[in-house]
Write a protein that binds this ligand. Structure first.
Ligand SMILES: Nc1nc2c(ncn2[C@@H]2O[C@H](COP(=O)(O)OP(=O)(O)O)[C@@H](O)[C@H]2O)c(=O)[nH]1
Ligand SMILES: [Mg+2]
Length: 255
């Protein structure tokens, strides 16, 4: 195992431990949720609480990752997000949703090759990725697209065939025209897809316009992700056992 792999493993393990050990009540609640004895907190967390997978939310800073984790994936009010910062220049946070772990990680901003390698390892360890783009951040759109291709979809990045959800976020944000020297229009899904769609040919992906504050598009976007993950897990199981998966099977493990 290389030094990078070890660093990555240790930091993910730290987040997993921290999210497990935050409180006894939290642990009891997670156990009840996994066994269907407690309703999960939000429509999005309900989609994932009885699955067992790891999902990376990523994007340039201020795109809306922490907002999504706090508002939609967290199982209770108040912040359940834990942060592990084992390395200078890389910030990874996590929140547990039943048996599923969501991570948040900033990318971009001119880091060293070492950081990029490490970031790719994080994606490799996950079952799906969610890329969040601020629809008003037109100046950094090329950077966001470049990062997506270089980090997430690189051969040693996200596992091949893993679902990729791209959220073009902050669609309902009202911009004050006086604060902007040039009045931009928000970036649309179509625009991003037009730029990078060709590079995504081999991937199972979906673009959705969302707003993490109003909730527009969020539940539908994550419904797609849940169903893509379920489909992938069922395909894998079918390949292994040679028989179709029982439709009623609730607990989907991608480990
Ligand atoms: N209006 C609006 N504001 C958002 C949205 N998502 C995030 N924000 C705001 O954008 C800022 C940065 O969000 P944050 O979640 O911290 O971004 P992160 O750096 O990607 O974690 C915060 O002030 C959020 O309240 C959105 O969809 N709509
Ligand atoms: Mg954040």
């Amino acid at each position: 195992m290389t030094q990078l792999d070890e660093l990555m493993k240790n930091s993910l393990a730290t987040i997993q431990d921290l999210t497990q050990s935050r409180s006894v009540i939290g642990q009891i609640r997670d156990t009840l949720i996994v066994h269907g004895l407690w309703a999960s907190a939000t429509p999005v967390s309900r989609l994932f609480d009885r699955m067992s997978c790891e999902i990376m939310l990523t994007g340039l800073d201020a795109a809306g990752k922490t907002t999504l984790l706090e508002k939609y994936m967290s199982q209770s009010s108040g912040t359940n997000i834990v942060a592990a910062i084992p390395l200078i220049g890389l910030h990874v946070e996590g929140v547990r949703c039943g048996s599923t772990l969501f991570y948040g990680m900033d990318i971009g901003g001119g880091r060293r090759k070492f950081h990029m390698k490490l970031e790719r390892r994080f994606f490799q360890a996950c079952d799906a990725a969610v890329m969040i783009i601020d629809c008003w951040d037109r100046d950094r759109l090329p950077e966001a697209e470049e990062e997506l291709l270089r980090i997430v979809l690189a051969p040693e990045g996200l596992k091949h065939g893993a679902p990729l959800l791209i959220l073009v976020n902050k669609q309902r944000l009202q911009r004050n025209p006086h604060s902007q020297p040039t009045l931009h229009k928000p970036i649309s899904c179509w625009e991003v897809e037009h730029h990078i769609g060709k590079s995504l040919d081999q991937w199972h992906y979906k673009f959705v316009e969302t707003d993490a504050i109003t909730g527009d598009g969020i539940v539908d976007a994550f419904k797609w992700l849940q169903s893509a993950l379920k489909g992938r897990a069922e395909d894998a199981l079918q390949k292994e056992t040679g028989s179709p998966v029982d439709e009623k099977q609730q607990h989907v493990s991608l480990a």
